[in-house]
Design a protein around this ligand. Structure first.
Ligand SMILES: [Mg+2]
Length: 437
């Protein structure tokens, strides 16, 4: 088929759950029989992609930049970025398959043949730094060369004298928001978005009124000391999910962490509170990181100008390949390190791998599914990590030949439609999309 005759014919989604998160796989079909694979951001909604269908069908998928320009007004921060980002990735997959070249080649070629994967690690429930250290050590034995752990104030909830907070608020957190803390084995679900859960779940860091006492900091510092005692000091270790406390407390914790060589502390304030981040990066000697919920490269600019140390974009929120490449160039100018957030299926993973191959500077790509053997088999060829690295494939597009439809059926999300159900009800969706009058 001539390039000019290629057309998008359909768009469908499949919701899966349990590996470990709610993942929304996306297919864009063409009149050449080529199907592009994409993915909507984890724990969000296939609607974000389906509402774009009528704006894409009949268009030529090779014009990815033009199509992205048309739909980017329907993307937003965090999960809302998932629809347009997923489509952008699927279009790149189609282009690669049509011309028979890998996506990294479309991005300007690769800087590396294999991409470093960093392994998110958690130990649920009450535990010690030694427990966490042993869990991390196991990752090292599996070959991973860059690690991250969750370490948050929930460890202090039942320790007398470690936290102070407005009376009753810690009890509310335990009652209504524990799911948000212990979500590593799954996704935040709908129940957190209603009633008292929503009220408690959405109090931002600066507004909780929670403060950590000296005793609390002693406890957390001892935990980190125990972790380093087990894993040593040779390997980078980042920390996430400290909890919603004021940045002054985060800064005091950063001070305690200086001697433990922490790769970064993540999401210590809502990402759009640039002044909070400026305060932190000016005063902390531990690198400060955020970015997994930021849509479009341009929205990172205030944080880069404020001196943020590490950006952490998600391919399925930032807008896909072209936006990540733009962000990479911006980071080179500002001298900001970049790691890629990734909590998704092998489709989102392979998108991150191609992007990471084509960025000049990148620390590592995140990985959440090491304990879920079926995750690796969701695509053909199956994902195979070697000593904590992923080889960049040379097959066309993302390098995914097919999806494992049996596994997709097996892990179908209960409250969602059958995988790849008809999206014809979206065919008539239309609005005057010009953004000015
Ligand atoms: Mg995170």
């Amino acid at each position: 088929m001539k390039a000019s005759d290629l057309k998008i014919t359909d768009l469908r989604v499949a919701d899966i759950n349990g590996l470990p998160k709610h993942m929304i796989l996306l297919k864009i079909y063409t009149n050449a029989g080529i199907v592009g694979y994409g993915e909507v951001r984890d724990a969000s909604s296939g609607t974000y992609a389906k509402m774009l269908k009528s704006r894409l069908v009949g268009e030529n998928p090779l014009n990815v930049e033009k199509l992205f320009h048309r739909i980017k007004q329907f993307g937003g921060h965090s999960r809302q970025g998932g629809g347009v980002s997923g489509v952008e990735i699927a279009l790149y997959d189609i282009i690669g398959k049509f011309y028979g070249i890998p996506v990294y080649q479309l991005l300007g070629g690769k800087y590396r043949d294999k991409v470093r994967i960093y392994c998110d690690t958690d130990v649920d429930g009450k535990h010690t730094g030694y427990d966490m250290g042993r869990a991390l050590k196991k990752r090292m034995e599996d070959g991973f060369t860059f690690l991250k752990m969750d370490l948050g104030i929930e460890l202090l909830y039942d320790e007398p004298g470690c936290l102070n907070a407005p009376a009753g608020f810690l009890d509310d957190l335990k009652t209504y928001s524990m799911k948000a803390i212990s979500h590593q084995s799954g996704s935040i679900d709908k129940s957190l978005m209603f009633g008292k859960n929503y009220e408690i779940f959405t109090v931002p860091h600066y507004a909780t009124g929670i403060h950590v006492t000296e005793k609390g900091f002693d406890y957390l510092e001892e935990y980190v000391r125990e972790v380093r005692e087990v894993i040593g000091y040779e390997i980078p270790l980042a920390i996430d999910h400290f909890g919603h406390v004021a940045i002054e407390d985060a800064l005091r914790f950063a001070k305690r962490l200086e001697k433990y060589n922490i790769a970064w502390m993540e999401d210590l304030a809502p990402w759009h509170m640039t002044a909070h981040y400026k305060k932190m990066v000016d005063r902390s000697l531990v690198p400060i990181c955020t970015g997994e919920d930021i849509y479009l490269a341009e929205n990172f600019k205030p944080l880069l100008d404020a001196g943020l140390n590490v950006v952490h974009p998600d391919m399925l929120t930032v807008g896909g390949f072209a936006e990540l490449k733009k962000l990479g160039a911006m980071c080179e100018q500002s001298g900001t390190a970049l790691a890629i957030h990734m909590a998704e299926s092998p489709i989102g993973f392979m998108a991150a791998v191609h992007a990471a191959a084509a960025l000049k500077n990148v620390l590592a790509v995140e990985f959440h599914s090491v304990d879920h053997p079926e995750w690796y088999e969701l695509v053909e060829p199956a994902i195979r990590l070697e000593n904590g690295f992923m080889s960049v494939p040379d097959a066309p597009g993302l390098g995914i030949e097919a999806l494992n439809e049996e596994l997709i059926k097996q892990f179908k999300k209960d409250d969602c439609e059958e995988p790849w159900s008809s999206t014809d009800s979206w065919n008539g969706e239309w609005a005057n999309d010009r953004e000015w009058s």
